[in-house]
Design a protein around this ligand. Structure first.
Ligand code: SF4
Ligand code: SF4
Length: 477
């Protein structure tokens, strides 16, 4: 079977024969690059320092997956905080929509860890060790070996180890991480495996996969066609000014400003030509704008042939900031963030749920009293242990029998306990009795939870439940 051969490159990182086209972009140290570098170093510093910072007695960011407890800027989130999680994720989602609608892929070019670490840590080191665009220093011509490449891999491995450890500190806390580092891997094999896998993933990404992460793995790039509109900020080539492009610096009549030098292509970390229009591969890193500005300076033409612009602006249409999505996204964001903050700030530091027990709805003591089994689920969100006294109200002659009363709950712990409410038969009318189960820690927390006891319906004289003794069981925490 014969297959059609491509006559031209179809993807920026694929050669015509289907092999990977390795990119070694030329560095363009223009004004955008200097600003991006300052932002990148700031973000790296934040990433390294955050695991050491604490707020309200907890790490500023700790996503403790084994304990299913999350600390974010002084607030603690537990698995029961479904509503808060939902509002948080919705807010983040709308925030991304808004950011992209206004500023295009500014996140990709300025803030994404893939870009930040690739372009401002790994790539500079690669250039330093192996040389610039061609990487000629890598090969030792006398021996045919590549000692500098080996050195590069060694340095990358150390960096990957460091990044993996820092990354994991966000999930286990810096104290536990330091402890693990000091111990033998045999004593914590799971943690060691996770660490090794994270290091390998980072090494693979920055050594081999590189721009492919943006081109084939990241969903955000693919979403941009629906998130951007014609007025969104993009890095774009001014066709009107640049075309028809003419090779050489000499400006001939009727020629555009583009001298077809290829500097914007050589500097592109995803290997595309910005002059082909807005492309999914463009991460809006502004390297082509810096490269072109330098060329324009050299040939004495105004800067900005490649610049931050919008598709409408490039087509000479009037700029219009206000459009439906620029109004609706902030509105939705305000509602979502407002609801999140409202529920966060008004949330009690104890959550209590009361549930009917499993099995028969009620039973009888030998003396004829009615027993209801009840389960109580208590979450202590405070930073100290609490003891919750469980009492009844509105149930004359009824008493609560619990295996542990007061119920002690550790900080961040969720405990479920079974208890029995025992009351006289006369308590019930129509087989029911509304009561309140009261919980109090004797200090800051007290709550009254409505509960409907069930019992015999003596009004119709029908009682087919056999008296049966069920003693209080161990709690099932
Ligand atoms: S086209 Fe320009 S902005 Fe887009 S990725 Fe390439 S260099 Fe960066
Ligand atoms: S760097 Fe500027 S002048 Fe050179 S090819 Fe690109 S757009 Fe044209």
């Amino acid at each position: 079977m014969s297959t059609a051969k491509a006559t031209d490159r179809v993807l920026s990182t694929l050669n015509v024969d289907g092999s990977r086209r390795w990119l070694r972009p030329r560095l363009s140290e223009g004004s955008f690059w200097h600003k991006r570098r300052a932002v990148a170093y700031g973000l790296m510093f934040l990433f390294f320092i955050i695991p050491y910072l604490r707020m309200n007695g907890h790490p500023v960011i700790l996503l403790d997956l084994p304990k299913r407890e999350f600390h974010l800027f002084g607030a603690t989130f537990l698995p029961t905080d479904t509503l808060l999680f939902m509002l948080l994720f919705v807010s983040i989602g709308i925030g991304i929509f808004l950011l992209t609608a206004l500023f295009g892929r500014v996140w990709c070019g300025w803030g994404c860890p893939q870009t930040v670490y690739m372009e401002f840590l790994f790539r500079p080191l690669e250039r330093l060790i192996e040389g610039g665009r061609t990487g000629t220093l890598a090969l030792d011509r006398q021996t045919g070996l590549k000692p500098r490449r080996l050195l590069k891999y060694g340095v990358f491995l150390l960096l990957s180890l460091f990044l993996a450890h820092t990354f994991l500190a966000y999930f286990v806390g810096i104290e536990r991480l330091v402890q693990w580092v000091r111990l033998s891997p045999v004593e914590h094999p799971t943690a060691f495996f996770v660490m090794a896998a994270t290091t390998a993933a980072i090494m693979f990404d920055f050594t081999y996969f590189r721009e492919q992460t943006c081109l084939v793995a990241c969903p955000y790039g693919r979403l941009q066609s629906v998130l951007l509109d014609r007025k969104s900020l993009i890095v774009g080539y001014d066709y009107g000014r640049g075309e028809p492009r003419t090779k050489g610096a000499k400006h001939t009549e009727g020629a555009g400003d583009c001298i077809d030098c290829g500097a914007c292509v050589q500097t592109c970390p995803t290997g595309i030509d910005i002059r082909d229009g807005l492309q999914m591969e463009c991460i809006h890193c502004t390297q082509c704008a810096d490269a072109c500005d330098e060329i324009m300076d050299r040939v004495g033409r105004p800067r900005g042939l490649v610049r931050y612009t919008s598709r409408d602006e490039l087509e000479g249409k009037p700029k219009r900031f206000l459009r439906p999505r620029v109004v609706l996204y902030p509105l939705a964001l305000t509602i979502a963030v407002g609801a999140f903050l409202f529920f966060l700030t008004t949330k009690e530091d104890t959550d209590v749920t009361i549930l009917r027990g499993i099995g028969a709805p009620y039973s009888f003591e030998p003396d004829g009293r009615v027993v209801n089994q009840v389960r109580i689920r208590v979450t202590n969100r405070a930073d100290s242990p609490r003891e919750y006294q469980i009492e009844l109200a509105g149930a004359d002659g009824a008493q609560v029998i619990a295996p542990e009363n007061p119920l002690r709950v550790a900080p961040g712990e969720l405990r479920t306990t079974s208890l029995f409410i025992v009351g006289p038969r006369s308590l019930f009318h129509d087989g029911k009795r509304a009561i309140s189960v009261q919980l109090s820690d004797g200090n800051t927390y007290s709550a009254s939870l409505p509960y409907t006891m069930v019992g015999p319906d003596d009004d119709d004289g029908d009682d087919d439940v056999e008296p049966k003794r069920e003693g209080p069981r161990e709690d099932d925490r």
